[in-house]
Design a protein around this ligand. Structure first.
Ligand code: PLP
Length: 397
């Protein structure tokens, strides 16, 4: 037996474990100090009441033989009509028409972002923005694929644009981006669609944070761009939209029009999913279906508004100190330049020791993240405000 040696090429995933270890060590050495975490990429607001009610009703369904559910319906890879219809409807409001057969319900975006690679030959070249969500790189390292990086720097507003002299087959785009918070305009995305169509490539478009977009010039879905159905797959999640990080539900859109080498990628993905996946629980799907109801949307808007206010508090604080940053306006992430030319980990230690505030060092997201720092808006309002006071005091000293 031989192992997949590509796993040995992975860098240790030390970012969040080192953040956790350093924080725990600091707290142990300084008992009684209140350390505030603006590092978490996890939500803190509870589920919307409409979601909870729908899940309770679904539990009741499971308790009676007349309404009990086993495996999900085969027809749409285990997605229930009520959830698929609500997703079709939510896309229709963005002016995008989808068939239910183009939507695949998942247990979150992360699994599908990794699993989708089953569809692509190992010899494909992958293009990944740097910095970005580390899952794109690691899943391709595991598969032994050649990875090229598209630099996301202050010079391009952390939004790399296509270089037509570079040949890539699979391109990851994350908008709004984790960690930089930068989001593509529709005009910019048109260029990526043009590139993918010209190169016969596929865009893997991660829209996990689309619900944070308020600026109408920014794209909420890659399918707002003409031609995208011929070259893109979109990954969506209820995690940050509706607080489902612990519940687990998302959806992936693989258009029927996406054909490569005469083969429908929609059919390949349906085949892959029906072979290696047995669907998302009925209770979870019923909860998710409540998100896009009138009541559900109102309630999740309150939670999103809460995080947006946190982001505005952080942005105001950095504006006041004169520190440059991106994000925070159409994203829960604020990507700030480390002050005084400090390195990412140097600033992490400085902030922890002198303000008792924890963030995430940008260098953990790629080489271009060095010298940057990610703060998140997912904490409580009180903690965010207090952390910002401390940051202001420390950096204006
Ligand atoms: N995509 C991005 C860019 C993320 O930041 C995350 C989670 O932090 C995910 C996908 C994963 O989301 P899910 O909880 O749906 O697996």
């Amino acid at each position: 037996m031989k192992i997949n040696r590509h796993f040995l090429e992975l860098h240790d995933s030390y970012l969040f474990s080192t953040v956790g270890r350093k924080t725990a060590e600091y707290i142990a050495a300084h008992p009684g100090r209140k350390v505030i975490r603006l590092s978490i990429g996890d939500v803190t607001r509870p589920l919307a009441p409409a979601v909870i009610d729908a899940m309770h009703r679904a539990v009741d369904d499971m308790s009676k033989k007349e309404t009990f559910k086993g495996y999900g319906p085969d027809r749409y890879c285990y997605g229930y009509d009520v959830l698929l219809d609500s997703i079709v409807h939510s896309y229709a409001r963005k002016g995008i028409s989808l068939e239910k057969s183009e939507i695949f319900i998942s247990d979150g975006a992360k699994s599908d972002l990794g699993n989708i690679l089953d569809l692509f030959a190992p010899e494909n070249t992958v293009l990944v923005p740097d910095p970005v969500y580390p899952v794109y790189v690691d899943t391709n390292v595991m598969a032994g694929r050649k990875i090229l990086f598209a630099d996301a720097t202050a010079r391009n507003g952390f939004l790399p644009m296509p270089d037509f002299s570079v040949d890539a087959d699979i391109i990851y785009l994350c908008s709004p981006n984790n960690p930089t918070g930068a989001a593509y305009t529709k005009e910019q995305l048109k260029e990526w669609v043009r590139y993918a169509l010209k190169k016969d490539a596929v865009l893997l478009y991660d829209a996990a944070y689309e619900y944070f977009i308020t600026d109408p010039a920014l794209a909420r879905s890659v399918f707002e761009i003409e031609g995208a159905k011929e070259c893109a797959i979109e990954f969506c999640s209820y995690s940050k939209t509706a607080g489902f990080t612990g519940v687990r539900c998302g959806y992936t859109v693989v258009p029927q029009a996406l054909i490569r080498e005469g083969t429908s990628l929609n059919k390949l993905w349906a085949r892959r999913q029906s072979t290696k996946f047995n669907g998302v629980s009925y209770i979870t799907q019923m909860g998710a279906a409540a998100v896009f109801t009138e009541e559900g949307e109102k309630q999740i808007a309150e939670n999103l508004g809460y995080y947006r206010e946190n982001a505005a508090i952080i942005a105001d604080c950095l504006d006041g100190i004169g520190i440059r940053y991106t994000g925070g306006k159409n994203s829960p992430y604020i990507w700030m330049e480390c002050p005084g030319g400090m390195g990412s980990w140097e600033f992490f230690d400085y902030l922890l020791e002198n303000a008792n505030v924890v963030g995430t060092p940008g260098s953990g997201f790629g080489k271009n993240g060095e010298g940057f720092f990610r703060l998140t808006a997912f904490g409580t309002k009180e903690d965010t405000a207090e952390a910002c006071c401390r940051i202001r005091d420390l950096l204006t000293k």
